[in-house]
Structure formats: C-alpha cells, structure tokens
Design a protein around this ligand. Structure first.
Ligand code: CP
Length: 310
C-alpha cells in the first residue's frame, strides 16, 4: 500500500483490500505469542483523537499500535482543551508539534479525517466520521467472513437496521461489493431512503425479506436517541419488524453468520440468545479488529519505509 491515509473504502481497489486482509491474517500470529509484541514500529508515535465515545475501536487501535511497539498517546474531548472550545485544526496543529506519525480520529462530522489528511503530513486513519464511513470496522467484518468462507466472492450479506445513518453499513457496502459479494439492506423507510439509490445494494423491506437468503446477517445498532421520534416509534415495534430473534434465525441458512459491530442493544435489534448463540461471530469480530488495525498501521507507517518486518 503506497497511500498515506485510510479515509474510507469507497473506491478502494480490490487488490488493496486483499492486501490489508492478508496482512491482518498474518498479524494474528503475534497475538498468540507469549510476548505479544514485535519491533516493527518502534520509535513511531500513534495518536488517538476521539471526539465521540468508543470501546472497541479505540482500545483495539491502541493495542494494535502497542503490539507493533509504537508509542501511543490518547486524546479525548472530555479530557482535552477541545472541551474549552479549541477547534479541530488547532488541536491537530498542536498534536503536529509533537511529531506524530499517525492520528486515528473519530469525529461526528463527515469529512473531518479528510480535512486533516489534506492539511498535515502525518497519516490519518478514519475511526468513524459522522454518517460517512468506518473503514476499519468493515475491514474487520470482511476478515471475519473470509475466515469462515475463504472468499467473499458470490456471497450474500444482509445488513439490517438504520442503513441511512450508519457509517458501518456504508463502509461495508463499498468493501463487500468491491470484493464480489451481494449486499441486501433492510430497514424502516425512515432509515433506508432514496439516498441509498446511489449505492450498489438491493433494498428489501423487513428482516423477513432477507433472512433466508443471506450467508451473513449484519445487525446494526439502533441509536436509542432516535427511538420515540418520528423516525422510529418504539423499541418494541422495531424488534417486531427488524429484530433478529431465535424464531427468525431458525429460518436462516443453517451455516449463517450473525454479526454486529457493537455496542449491542439486547432485545431490540438482536435477541440475547442470538447474540450469544452458536451462529454469532460478534466476539470474533472484536478479536479480528486488533489484527486489522495492526495491518493498517504496518502498511501505512512501516510496510514500505524500511520498517522492521513483523
Ligand atoms: N464498532 C464500533 O465502532 O464500536 P465502538 O463505538 O465501541 O468503537
């Protein structure tokens, strides 16, 4: 990979996605060692800059950087001068003065990582920008599917929920279709509207329209702040039309993969017995997140610049 940044999967060539997934698969071996560390990025500085909450993405990027021996520095809105009104660009200028090699940013505004990537020499990795993209999540999702299937070519993946506001859905749609998979989407009309017409997906109405056809069913988190408003009447109604419970799972293909990016609303978009059941690969997704993020840091920072091999 010769790029400086990871901003999204839209337009990313298949060969690049394959390189990331193959590199991630080889990175997993480091996690099985007694000493889970290689010197590949020794002396490099990786900064996490999260303007929105995160459990999985932030910790796994930090762990990935540490496993590659990079130094890490974490900024969050509540603990930094952003809370006093400092702008994104001023925050970034101050971090630049500390000579980082990469910034991993999550921001509520679509395009925030792109602005930093254009403005600064360090690598920028998008950890979620508004409703635009969450590329490392889609890459770890694809790695998880590839582990089970060998290839994504010809597979059918159903994404169910708030497609309209989901950066996870958008990145997966771009990545999966580039890799030769078919993507079905289902969600309430208010969450799955005309704006999707430009995306390479087949739109269905309820979960019952996709459940029997899919090799993987990816459930999206319902953003609770939308409940009770015009877009979504109630959690109970959502669960009735779009929730994945055991009764619906029994109508799916026997080997179907159940996926969720987290955090989960048990009993709303997914039943507890499904989330914890034998078809669920949700925790495999989390584990694969470390390997994918190691691969991204390795390829962007160390892969082509004389860094030591992993
Ligand atoms: N999937 C995901 O982005 O989770 P976090 O919000 O916990 O990072």
């Amino acid at each position: 990979m010769t790029k400086k940044d990871l901003l999204g999967l839209r337009g990313m060539p298949r060969v690049e996605i394959e390189e990331i997934l193959s590199t991630a698969a080889s990175m997993r071996e480091v996690g099985r060692r007694r000493i889970k560390k290689v010197p590949t990025l020794r002396g490099r500085l990786v900064v996490t800059l999260f303007f929105e909450n995160s459990t999985r993405t932030r910790t796994s990027f930090e762990l990935a950087a540490k496993r590659l021996s990079a130094d890490t520095l974490g900024f969050s809105v509540s603990g930094s001068s952003t809370a006093k009104g400092e702008s994104l660009m001023d925050t970034a200028r101050n971090i630049e003065a500390m000579s980082p090699d990469a910034i991993i940013i999550r921001h509520g505004c679509a395009g925030a990582p792109h602005l930093l990537a254009r403005s600064f020499p360090f690598s920028v990795l998008n950890a979620g920008d508004g409703i635009n993209e969450h590329p490392s999540q889609a890459l770890l999702d694809m790695l998880t599917m590839r582990d089970h299937w060998g290839s994504l070519e010809g597979r059918t993946v159903a994404i169910v929920g708030d497609i309209q506001h989901s950066r996870v859905a958008r990145s997966n749609i771009h990545g999966l279709t580039t890799m030769g998979a078919k993507v079905l989407v289902a969600g309430p009309g208010t969450m799955c509207r005309s704006e999707l017409s430009g995306l390479p997906v087949e739109r269905r109405h309820t979960i019952d329209d996709v459940v029997g056809e899919a090799d993987a069913i990816m459930m999206l988190r319902i953003q609770r702040e939308r409940l009770g408003r015009a877009v979504l009447p109630s959690a109970r109604e959502y669960a009735a039309f779009y929730g994945l419970d055991l009764e619906r799972l029994n109508r799916a293909r026997p080997e179907v993969l159940v996926m969720h990016p987290g955090p989960i609303n048990r009993g709303v978009e997914i039943g507890a017995e499904v989330a914890d059941g034998e078809r669920s690969v949700i925790l495999e997704q989390v584990t694969n997140g470390i390997a994918v993020r190691m691969a991204l840091l390795f390829l962007l920072l160390g892969g082509r610049e004389g860094g030591e091999d992993a």
